[in-house]
Design a protein around this ligand. Structure first.
Ligand code: ADP
Ligand code: MG
Length: 329
């Protein structure tokens, strides 16, 4: 590694670790970490490719905040507390201004999530950002995709459809008011993960997933992993008021197939319904009941106005109706 790269790491990515669990941070061949007692270590990685996961014209600050939020969302979905992360950075060249803004975005979010950057890798090539996040969760309280039971109720946090609407605004397919645009851009570049909700749900919820590919695609993941079916009431999808001016079918497509919402989709048993309602109220987090868990033979079905509802075929913002998948035609 050239001197330049060592200097780059030292100057832009090395900070004093906050967690006592970090025995050795950046600077040796490996980081040395102690895992909190009686907790599982949960690990997830996401790669963001310029032009695919964020537009070429996004600022380096926004690239960092989006990369952090979307990756940490996987920890929220497991009910985990974020601890550490590593950064794989492929850069076309060394641009000090770019690095300063990127690292500012990275550490703004690291501070917000109380995480330490404990290592990484730096290479030259087309701009690509890979973040691996590590979190801890009590051994008996991990939220998983495979634990939904027939009879459970299906809930979603926050609003759905914002991610796809934001993309439509970025691509100038819609022209929202300045306030609506501000909201949508913040949902795209800083989609704050539902960490508090995930942690609070861990003792109560049955199954959970974060909505990254699209509500329907992620519901299908729960259905497949849990070997159940799901019935979704499209009329009950929580839609932000900024989206309500648009054509209902378009909004439903955004909400069901758009993805990039980073809300939690989760199931709870009847017995824990009061606990879930109480914790949502206590934490001031909005959650909506949107359906229920049925037998696997029913598949994942949507209803609107009491009759079956299907997304019309055709593309949505160049995405497949059932959520985003790489390597598909
Ligand atoms: P090695 O050659 O032994 O694999 P490197 O020279 O790649 O190690 O990295 C030196 C140190 O800098 C390591 O602690 C590594 O984790 C850290 N590091 C490298 N790139 C980054 C980065 N982009 N962000 C944070 N830490 C990094
Ligand atoms: Mg080494």
């Amino acid at each position: 590694m050239s001197l330049n790269e060592f200097e780059l790491i030292k100057q832009y990515f090395t900070r004093q670790a906050k967690h006592s669990s970090v025995v050795k941070s950046i600077g040796d061949d490996c980081a040395i970490l102690s895992i909190p007692e009686n907790q599982h270590l949960v690990v997830s990685m996401d790669t963001l490719v310029v032009g695919r996961h964020f537009p070429e014209f996004a600022t380096p600050y926004h690239m960092a905040t989006r990369a952090m939020c979307t990756t940490v969302s996987d920890l929220a979905a497991m009910g985990a507390t974020p601890l550490w992360f590593t950064l794989g950075l492929t850069l076309p060249g060394i641009d000090k201004e770019w690095l300063a803004e990127f690292s500012r975005g990275l550490f703004d979010l690291a501070d917000q999530f109380d995480m330490d950057l404990i290592g990484g890798d730096t290479t030259q090539g087309p701009l690509t950002i890979t973040i691996q996040v590590h979190g801890a969760v009590a051994i008996d309280q991990v939220l998983r995709r495979d634990s939904a039971n027939i009879g459970d109720r299906l809930f979603v946090s926050g609003c759905v459809g914002d991610g796809a609407a934001a993309l439509a605004a970025i691509q100038h397919n819609i022209d929202p008011s300045p306030e609506a645009k501000k909201y949508l851009l913040s949902r795209f570049y800083r989609p704050l993960p539902q960490i508090e909700l995930g942690k609070a749900l861990a003792p109560f919820a049955r199954a959970a997933i974060d909505i990254s590919d699209g509500l329907l695609a992620d519901a299908q993941h729960i259905a497949d992993a849990s070997e159940v079916g799901l019935v979704i009431d499209v009329d009950r999808l929580p839609i932000h008021h900024y989206l309500q001016q648009y054509d209902l079918d378009v909004v439903r497509k955004w909400a069901l197939a758009g993805g990039d919402d980073y809300q939690l989709l989760f199931t709870v048993s009847d017995a824990t319904l009061p606990d879930i309602a109480a914790l949502a109220k206590e934490k001031g987090i909005s959650i909506a009941e949107i359906g229920s868990v049925v037998a696997a033979s029913e598949g994942v079905q949507c209803y609107a106005g009491g009759v079956p509802y299907s997304l019309s075929t055709g593309s949505l913002l160049s995405q497949q109706p059932k959520g985003y998948q790489h390597f598909t035609a």
